[in-house]
Structures are given as structure tokens and as C-alpha cells.
Write a protein that binds this ligand. Sequence first.
Ligand SMILES: Cc1cc2nc3c(=O)[nH]c(=O)nc-3n(C[C@H](O)[C@H](O)[C@H](O)COP(=O)(O)O)c2cc1C
Length: 366
Amino acid sequence: MSKSITDGKDFKLGLFSPNCSSGLAVTRIPERWSGSWEDNLRLARLADEAGIDFLLPIARWIGYGGETNFHEGVLDPTVFAAGLLAHTRRISVFATIHTAFNHPVVVAKQLATVDAIGQGRAGINIVAGWNQPEYEAFGVELPEGHDERYALAQEWWDVIRKIWTTPGRFDHEGTYYQLRNVEGLPKPHDGVLPVLNAGSSEQGRDFAARNADFAFTIVGGPEDGEAIAHRIHATARERYSRQVGAFTLSHVVCRPTRREAEDYLHYYADENADWNAVDNLMRLQGMHAQSFTPEMLRENRARFAAGHGSCPLIGTPDEVADRIEQFHRAGFGGMTLAFVDYVSELEYFAQEVLPRLEAKGIRAPR
Ligand SMILES: Cc1cc2nc3c(=O)[nH]c(=O)nc-3n(C[C@H](O)[C@H](O)[C@H](O)COP(=O)(O)O)c2cc1C
């Protein structure tokens, strides 16, 4: 793969969830992120110029309720990727796709097309599924156990890989798909697209170790993250003789003084949090996903309001850059960022934090 995202060279930074209304902030403030096409286009151009490595949209079909119906407005990730790749030059854009709701023959064709638009800058984020109300909306049964969800995901991904790497036609005789005379052109630019996968259950980590370029994992911080990142690397090496990087996710409030950063965090994520939506989100996560440990769900209500349970990067540019350096040292290959106002806050981050990361030697200037 020729993409910079998988070159293994330095610490990668992405933007997570800008395609969703409110981004990752479960807040009622009127100036919360719109998630509109126009705002995403401005953001993608800015991120491309600033040297951010990738955009990662969320696939979401049902809002989480509460006063704002958090994640009510969502741009479809595959169409989002196609549109933004056409308007940018360097940045990678991932399409996030649920295995259970999308036929693999269709997905293989769509993503090869998206990758042609981006001339090799598309990626895929595979979601094996967890969110009961969305399964109900699709009229599909959520398999009780993780084994079956990931068995389906594996066969789904095997079909897509095969379409992308097999010349001519083939048949597929599997448990979930019986397909005759499948073929697919165009193929992606460089063989198989870069793959992200998020899953913290045993089966989810195994799936990432076997198939992904990067396992996306939720951690408390670099302190507990170090052992988790090492375990992800070791599982891929020992079970599948391959290399997998570890990414994690964060929400950022970066201001000239710590006081300003903390005041803003308090304003949007405490005083004005959409607590009913926070509780719905946490309840659904606790029921069917194992991405957050029971302790995280018990103790981290504030983190869910501020950034969907991701790690906080709150403080001055020096403090934020130091914290990112700690994730790098802990063995992470990159992380995602989310802001309340992605555009104006990314401008400040690019101006103040990126040069500090370059001075630390974590990232090369783009
Ligand atoms: C970075 C990241 C991105 C995710 N994107 C989505 C998404 O777009 N849509 C979704 O339904 N779930 C998404 N998830 C949730 C996971 O895919 C979820 O963790 C998984 O289905 C449950 O896996 P597990 O029980 O094996 O941990 C995401 C999780 C992470 C950490």
C-alpha cells in the first residue's frame, strides 16, 4: 500500500465523527457541531492543508434520544468519503461500514469507486455491530453472542478481499453467503484498502489482529493503554504473523490557559450536557458491546458527555502536546481528535499543537 496512513513512519492524527451532528460532544449548546456537508467540506480542506492524516466518520442510523436526539443528523460515511476525497489532495478518508446491513458485493464496488475518486486515499472501518435499535430499524436480528457477529464479519470481509484481489470470476460457498460468478472491477488503487477495526471484546481484538492495519481501542489513558497496545501487537504477531498498529480516540479542548480550557469543558459537557442522551448511549454500550469495561461505564459519565467516552486532551498547547507524546510512548501509532467546533478549534490546534509535536520528533512536518 502506498498510502501515508500505513507507512508506519510517525504518529498519525485523524478527526473522528465530524459527519454526525454534535460530533462526539453530547451537549445542548446551540453552537454544537452541525455535521452538515458545508461544514465538513470546510473542515476537510482545512485538515488537508494542516497535514491531518485521515477523516473517520461514524456509521449511525438512529439518534440516541435526549433533548438533542444526539447523533440525529448523520452523513452517510461512504458518500461522505467519496465527496471529500474529490475535494482534497492528501488526506485519507475512511468509510465506516456495518457488516450486517451492507451486502459485501455492493460494498466492494462502492469502495473501489471511492478509492478511484481519491486516487488511493480511501480506507474502510469495519463495524461488526452492537446497537440493538439499529438492528430493529433494519429488521435484522442482533446475534446474541460475539462469536456469530464476528464470524459473519470475517466472511463478509473475506468476500470483499477476494473481489479486490481475484482476477475474473469466482464462486463463494459460505455460512452466510452463497454467491455465484462474482466479479468486480475496478479494483482499488493499491490492492486492499487500509482497514481499521474497533472492538475490545476477545473476538473483536482477534478480528483486528487477523484483518486490520489498525485496531482502534478505547483506553482510560496512556497509563493503562500501554499494556493494551502491546497486547494488540503481540496477538497479531503471535497468532497471525502480521503487524497491527493500535489507535485510540480523544476529545480536545485546547486553549491558551488551562483555566479557559476547563471552563469551556464545564460549559459544554457539564452545565449543558444532554444527560438523557448520555445515559441512553451508555446503557446501549453496556448492553451489547464490550468496548468499554464495566468500570469505565460506571465511572466515566462525564467523559461520555464530553467526548463519547474517549480520552480527554484538555489544557494548554504544551499540555495537550505532552499528553499526545505519552500516547506515542505507550505504543500507539496514532489517535483521533474531536472538537466541539471542529473548524475553529482545528485551526488553533494546527497552529499551536502540531509544531510542538514536530519539535518533539513525533511527527514530521507534512
Ligand atoms: C474508533 C471507533 C469507531 C467506531 N465506529 C462505529 C460506528 O461508526 N458505528 C457503530 O455502530 N459503532 C462504531 N464503533 C463501535 C464498535 O465498532 C463497537 O466497539 C463494536 O461493534 C463492539 O465491539 P466489541 O463488543 O467487540 O468491543 C466504533 C468504535 C470505535 C472505538
